[in-house]
Design a protein. Sequence first.
Length: 485
Amino acid sequence: MAALAPNSALVFSGRGATGARSLSSRSIAKPVAVNDQSRARKVNVGVRASSAGSIREQASRRAPLEKSTLFNCKYVPFSGDKNETYSIDDVIYRSKNGGLLDVQHDMEALAIYPPEYWKALFDEDIVSMFEGNSNLFWADRYGREVLGMNDLWVKQCGNSHTGSFKDLGMTALVSQVNRMRKQGKPLAAVGCASTGDTSAALSAYAAAAGIPSIVFLPADKISLAQLVQPIANGSLVMSIDTDFDGCMRLIREVTAELPIYLANSLNSLRLEGQKTAAIEILQQFDWHVPDYVIIPGGNLGNVYAFYKGFKMCKELGLVDKLPRMVVAQAHNANPLYRAYTTGFEKFEAIKAEPTFASAIQIGDPVSIDRAIYALKETNGIVEEATEEELMDAAAEADLTGMFNCPHTGVALAALKKLREAQTIGPSDKVVVISTAHGLKFAQSKVAYHAGEIEGIVGKFANPPVEVKEDFGLVMDVLKERLESS
Ligand SMILES: Cc1ncc(COP(=O)(O)O)c(C=O)c1O
């Protein structure tokens, strides 16, 4: 298949195209307080929100990409015999020896075009389907006042259709399923196991395409907002009395028996869409590479997706180095962190304990080999955060204008530790990946501010003050607060 034809999301998803327009309005208004001021100003020049109409116009004007028929990709084993290949149109998730697969692009063909061409393509030509293109928030005040940093950014991947980064992968995967169904492949439905966000994205994209979807969810282990998403989108929702790892085992068995296409990140197509967030970040920085990228990790597909995006840009000459990748795990679900402390000598799956970062409560990550590979290639780091650390980090950063989900809290807590250890310096350029919208996790945030979480003091709790309808009482509260601030 032509990798940049209509399903081009598989390679360079169109969403990156207008990414430069997505710098936060704050950073548009103000020159960025980073090391290189002149460069920072240049990033902001011409950074203006474009209307959906103008994107559509651009799309209709765009001529087919010359030589795009030369582009192709295929599945190869992630490790092992790279001569074993499969068509991207095959329904296949594993290599002959049972290992993971990887999507391999013909880099020589892509390199026909020079880096300037690709940059121009991202900056001007590709048409978006409106996922991605997410805000790269300049965490100016949080960086400066809390961490003593001047170049801290938060990539808001949760500002998306279903409220998490999963939309980026799902557009690629569901587009491909749609294509295969049109080709007559007997795919009755798409299905996934989920900690909440994958199911939300799958159900929405499948519903938009008119494809039946089935989701396996661990009962009582996802947020209410996450649960209602696939219900509203008409999925068959199975709430199963197990954890995510149990749901994953079941969906793999079921998809081996029935013509249901597996949409978990075990399926390497998803990662092709997710890697576009890395390309967007580079574009948003005007092709300057951050020193560190911090990603909350559970099943560990996303860290490899980011690695692939950065690596692709390096291979094509758009940038000349890779960032150090940091995976942040909840202490209660930390199998990668444990392996990291052994220098990756030994990995053991664990039984993950409950965590407020419920979407990463995973003890047996499917993409463990991919993650270790990405970390080794980038001199990466793994850090962990306790429940108190992650909830405090999210709340403290919220006080500077964000609204973080607990997973982003894990990444922020990891950043704090790395900063305290001086591993990350005051002027290092750092991007924290915010993987979901905080509103999906309102329950735990409310509990934090209400002081209802056992064992957590709630250092940054800000409960509402209940006051009777009485002018004097209202004034008393105001005076007390104003005097203490
Ligand atoms: C909000 C959120 N953050 C982080 C992750 C972890 O991504 P991965 O499982 O690819 O490591 C997930 C995955 O479910 C998620 O939903």
